[in-house]
Ligand binder design. Structure first.
Ligand code: MLZ
Length: 265
């Protein structure tokens, strides 16, 4: 469709370079996703990473799994790559001499956990060992450079992967800036984070890619304060990729931040 996001066009528009795939801790050839909805596995509790819990596959998006910890509520789903070291086949924990833990916020009395676990695993469809893929090695060093484009998980909306730019590099960390969102979703992460991907990853793995927002980022000194600073404007939060009307002319810093509105090119 005419509105579909195209990296090729976008890179031209922003005269930016994609970060080379070798800089990421991601498989060069994405593995196949052999999981199925309903399968159970072991997962580290995202809210309490030292404990290993039972999780169920709630959905599949590309090579990511939408997971829910058994005994937890439905508002704490999380997403993991099928080659993540945070997930493992059922039985791994016991083999290592550890015990499966109730999730943080277990919805029943703690004393009912052993019976709950027994019932949960009884007759469950366990994800086969072959569905778990080895985590790729971490690149030897942080070679990201400011201005490089990539695809990154929006941590505030972790089902989304969005176009982003490296804003800063400091030691083994990188600052991820989401294109067109005025910094509201930006974060620092390690260069070997499993939440960042090379340009083209989503299309390769058949994951949806959110188009850039349409808010233009300005240098701090030139920023116009929104009328209600605590609430981002509706436009900045719900943005179709193409605006129906042209944006007001703003001094856009070409290259690193944001995108130039089509109408001005
Ligand atoms: N609910 C929001 C999602 C914004 C996602 C931004 N990602 C960088 C929206 O209004 O679309």
């Amino acid at each position: 469709t005419k509105d579909a996001f195209s990296w090729e066009e976008y890179l031209k528009e922003t005269s930016a370079m994609p970060a080379p795939p070798s800089l990421f801790r991601q498989a060069t050839v994405p593995p196949s996703n052999d999981f199925k909805v309903g399968m159970k596995l072991e997962a580290h509790d995202p809210r309490n990473s030292t404990s290993v819990c039972i999780a169920s596959v709630m959905g599949l998006t590309g090579v990511r799994l939408r997971l829910r910890l058994d005994g937890s509520d439905n508002s704490n789903d999380f997403w993991r790559l099928i080659d993540s070291s945070d997930i493992q086949p059922i039985g791994t924990c016991e083999k290592n001499g550890d015990m499966l833990q109730p999730p943080l916020g277990f919805r029943m009395n703690a004393s009912s956990w052993p019976m709950f676990l027994l019932r949960t695993l009884n007759g469950a469809e366990m994800a086969p060992v072959t569905a778990f893929k080895k985590e790729p090695p971490r690149p030897p060093q942080n070679s990201f450079k400011p201005g490089m484009k990539l695809e990154a998980v929006d941590k505030k909306n972790p089902y989304l992967i969005c176009p982003a730019t490296i804003g800063e590099v400091r030691g083994d960390e990188v600052f991820i800036m989401f294109d067109g969102w005025r910094g509201a979703f930006d974060y620092w992460c390690k260069y070997d984070s499993r939440d960042i991907f090379p340009v083209g990853w989503c299309s390769l793995t058949k994951h949806s890619l959110q188009p850039p927002g349409n808010s233009v980022s300005l240098p701090k000194s030139q920023q116009i304060l929104p009328s209600s600073p605590s609430k981002p404007s509706r436009r900045s939060m719900h943005s179709p990729y193409r605006l129906p009307t042209p944006l007001p002319t703003l001094p856009v810093r070409k290259g690193v931040r944001g995108r130039r509105p089509k109408s001005e090119t």
